[in-house]
Ligand binder design. Structure first.
Ligand SMILES: O=C[C@H](O)[C@H](O)[C@H](O)COP(=O)(O)O
Length: 269
């Protein structure tokens, strides 16, 4: 079964388990898995009209309720998720309108056994972190390739770090001094020059291994982050750094679509 199906299964499970008729303010993460979160939300909004969904539900243990989408507001974390919300006719809200969000569902590039995550493979981690931070519940959805024991096992491109453009050379040097083994200023495709985030900044992918005292196991393609909170703190203190794609202790639960494309694994705190 394809990775796409496993992403869909994880997304559907999260929406079916955590969204009910009481849910009002919903944070929408970014990336390819989030597309299926929106797909399921729209299906749930048309529940009574959706014969297939009703039929499936009669045979399932999970009691699905129709979502009153007119009463819900969706908070995007990127240009991409904003477009998804608008194109699906959902109510769009802005991050600064709310002090609290009922629930946010988001993808991840890697999730460890403590539910710490690397995010920002799509350069959206600043807004994603703001939304996650004010959410009562932060839920991760991903395919099975994203689950690991220690961060760095699976996502080998480095930790995404958003930096102010004119500070990038300084941040670059500071990251090297911090022990960073390899650094890349993320470059755009089909445009000469660097990726520019939704906030007008650059992204450096920083690749550790020794920062928290660990060796890189003799393989330059790997980094292991045994103390993500320490790594996060040290990078965050560097001048010019806006946000780090390490989400430590934020997620309550993670759903992973399994390899068979039908079942879903769950990691809980
Ligand atoms: O910046 C992008 C986000 O952090 C995404 O949530 C993350 O890259 C996972 O994306 P996908 O669902 O495409 O694997």
């Amino acid at each position: 079964m394809s990775l796409t199906e496993s992403k869909r299964q994880a997304a559907y499970k999260a929406v079916d388990t955590h969204l009910n008729s009481e849910t009002r303010i919903i944070g929408i993460g970014s990336g390819s898995t989030i597309v299926f979160v929106i797909e399921r939300i729209v299906q749930r909004g048309n529940f009574k009209k959706n014969d297939e969904l009703n039929e499936k539900n009669e045979n399932s243990d999970q009691k699905l309720e129709e979502l009153d989408l007119d009463q819900c507001v969706f908070i995007p974390t990127s240009f991409q998720s904003r477009q998804l919300i608008i194109h699906n006719g959902l109510n769009l809200g802005e991050i600064d309108q709310y002090q609290e969000i009922d629930i946010t569902i988001d993808g991840a590039d890697e999730v460890d056994e403590n539910l710490n995550a690397i995010k920002g493979g799509g350069a959206c981690h600043l807004r994603e972190k703001v939304v996650a931070e004010i959410s009562k519940k932060f839920i991760i959805v991903a395919d099975y390739t994203k689950r690991s024991t220690v961060l760095g096992e699976k996502w080998v491109k480095g930790i995404p770090i958003e930096v102010i453009p004119f500070c990038y050379a300084l941040a670059y040097n500071s990251l090297k001094l911090l022990g960073c083994q390899k650094l890349n200023l993320r470059m755009a495709k089909n445009k000469a020059g660097p990726v520019i985030t939704d906030n007008g900044n650059f992204v450096i992918d920083a690749y550790f291994g020794k920062l928290d005292g660990q060796q890189s196991l003799g393989n330059d393609n790997f980094m292991f982050i045994n103390s993500p909170s320490e790594v996060l703190k040290r990078i965050k203190l560097l001048t010019g750094v806006v946000e780090v794609g390490l989400f430590v202790g934020m997620a309550e639960i993670a759903y992973f679509g399994e390899e068979d494309g039908c079942s879903v694994g769950v990691l809980k705190k």
